[in-house]
Write a protein that binds this ligand. Structure first.
Ligand SMILES: Nc1ncnc2c1ncn2[C@@H]1O[C@H](COP(=O)(O)OP(=O)(O)O)[C@@H](O)[C@H]1O
Ligand SMILES: N[C@@H](CC(=O)OP(=O)(O)O)C(=O)O
Length: 456
């Protein structure tokens, strides 16, 4: 643990915050404005990880491959061109050469070799950003050092969605990273780690928030700041509800519910380490830090009945039908064991006498972007039950406090849903949310009606 008299803040900057030279300069001025910011975690520049994900496909046509490589190089060199010194250009050259070599190896590889190469390739975006931000800071006269996070972020070997080993991370971070913070600002990468053998792993899409929260916990940080493209957490995604309101203060449990139910602003796993270590989390806008943002803490003054709406698109409803389920024991255990073998965790669940409907947890979904429902899974389920899969659904969650114990909520929610068809409705497991699945084509209209009725 750090000494309480020398507070250390971890700041994380997301993709849009490191997208170009102007954005990086804004990150630098935020870092400089608070001398307690000693550890900085960065994501890949906006659009880079999406392109790298496309490049992980072994069968991508060569012209597509070349186009994507050029687009990534253009993003990184547009920043390098604004920096002085030949060393930074040489360092970026080396990373981009490594990227091209990995893409070439991926195009010739099959089976099990693909996943480790894909993670090494995905790591290039974050590696470029940390190099570039370090240089921007140095040019401002800040003593900054680029730190390879794979030295400390130990994970299991599950490529694409690796699980961090918090005990190893803490030991490594206290030994190798913390001492550097005494005299320098340490700039490092989110999203990536390494297994016991040193192979690069990734924590799942959007995983940089999670990396930053884990590092903050490991270092005993006084606060974690998540800098992004909005000035805090709103009562709903402002891209969906234009009159969504910023929230000044949230409790850890409210923020965790929001993140879990799809508020993209925070990776779903971010709150857990912060809550465990009681590290306050600030969310603010890199472009406009003076506007303030949202503080997430253990206790907060207000505990409104309705706090926010979260929506998660791209949901898949899997319904397993089997007459063997009727009055039998162990059917669900068998079903869940198969799902567990395929590393799928179940999100929502409802049952009838002969069927069980469930949605799959896409928390920090696999970096490859592949569907969780694979042919191998369906083959294994076939002898147990008939499976029906429905796609293009969205999950809408009402997040608040003591919702389960408040009369009259159901009617208000159903009234806002109107004539639309609901594919699943869940309430009761948590006292603080109520959620339902609807067709994706209708979710925005329903969200706006619900926001107007419950949150305006
Ligand atoms: N409740 C919410 N409040 C604020 N932003 C939200 C919310 N839900 C979703 N978002 C979206 O999250 C985006 C920021 O997340 P993300 O794009 O992952 O940022 P970054 O790249 O900085 O990590 C915002 O632009 C906003 O559209
Ligand atoms: N670059 C990774 C990790 C990440 O967290 O990015 P962002 O902070 O921009 O959401 C991704 O796009 O998944």
């Amino acid at each position: 643990m750090t000494n309480a008299s020398t507070p250390l803040q971890v700041a994380k900057f997301g993709g849009t915050s490191v997208a170009d030279f102007t954005a990086l300069s804004q990150c630098a001025s935020i870092i400089v404005s608070d001398p307690t910011t000693r550890v900085v975690v960065v994501s890949a520049a906006a659009g880079v990880t999406n392109r790298l994900v496309e490049l992980t496909q072994a069968d991508l046509p060569n012209n597509e491959r070349q186009r994507l490589l050029k687009e990534i190089a253009a993003i990184e060199y547009a920043i390098v061109d604004q920096l002085s010194g030949s060393e930074i250009r040489a360092a970026v050259d080396a990373l981009l050469t490594q990227m091209a070599n990995l893409v070439d190896r991926i195009s010739h590889c099959t089976g099990d070799q693909l996943a480790p190469l894909a993670d090494s390739l995905l790591s290039i975006g974050e590696r470029c950003s940390s190099l570039l931000l370090t240089q921007v800071l140095k040019q401002l006269g800040v003593d900054a050092v680029n730190f390879d996070v794979t030295r400390v972020m130990r994970t299991d070997g599950h490529h694409g969605k690796a699980t961090p080993d918090c005990a190893s991370l803490t030991l490594n971070a206290l030994e190798q990273l913390l001492p550097l913070t005494e005299n320098q600002v340490v700039v490092t990468q989110g999203f990536i780690g390494a297994d016991d053998e040193g192979n690069v792993t990734t924590l799942g899409r959007g995983g940089s928030d999670f990396s930053a929260a884990l590092l903050a916990e490991a270092l005993g940080a006084s606060a974690l700041a998540i800098w992004t493209d909005v000035n805090g957490i709103y009562s709903c995604d402002p891209r969906v509800v234009v009159d969504a309101k910023p929230i000044a203060e949230l409790s850890f449990s409210e923020a965790a519910e929001m993140a879990t139910f799809g508020s993209k602003i925070l990776h779903p796993a971010t709150i857990l380490p912060a809550q465990r270590s009681q590290t306050p989390v600030f969310v603010g806008c890199t472009r406009a830090p003076e506007q303030g943002g949202t503080w997430i803490r253990n206790h907060c003054e207000s505990r409104p009945k309705f706090r926010a709406l979260s929506l998660r698109r791209g949901q898949t409803l899997l319904t397993a039908h089997s007459l063997n389920m009727l009055h039998s024991q162990g059917f669900l255990a068998e079903l869940f064991a198969i799902l567990a073998r395929h590393r799928i965790s179940v999100d929502l669940i409802t049952t009838s006498e002969v069927s069980v409907a469930l949605t799959l947890d896409q928390t920090g979904s696999d970096s490859s972007g592949r569907s969780l429902i694979t042919e191998a899974l369906l083959e294994e389920l076939a002898p147990l039950c008939r499976v029906e899969v429905e796609r293009d659904l969205s999950l809408l969650a009402v997040i608040g406090n003591h919702i389960a114990h408040t009369s009259g909520i159901g009617i208000r929610v159903l009234d806002a849903i109107g004539d639309s068809n609901i594919r699943m409705f869940c309430q009761g497991a948590s006292a603080h949310n109520l959620c339902f699945l609807v067709a994706s084509s209708e979710v925005e209209a329903i969200t706006n009606r619900l926001h107007a009725r419950l949150l305006n």
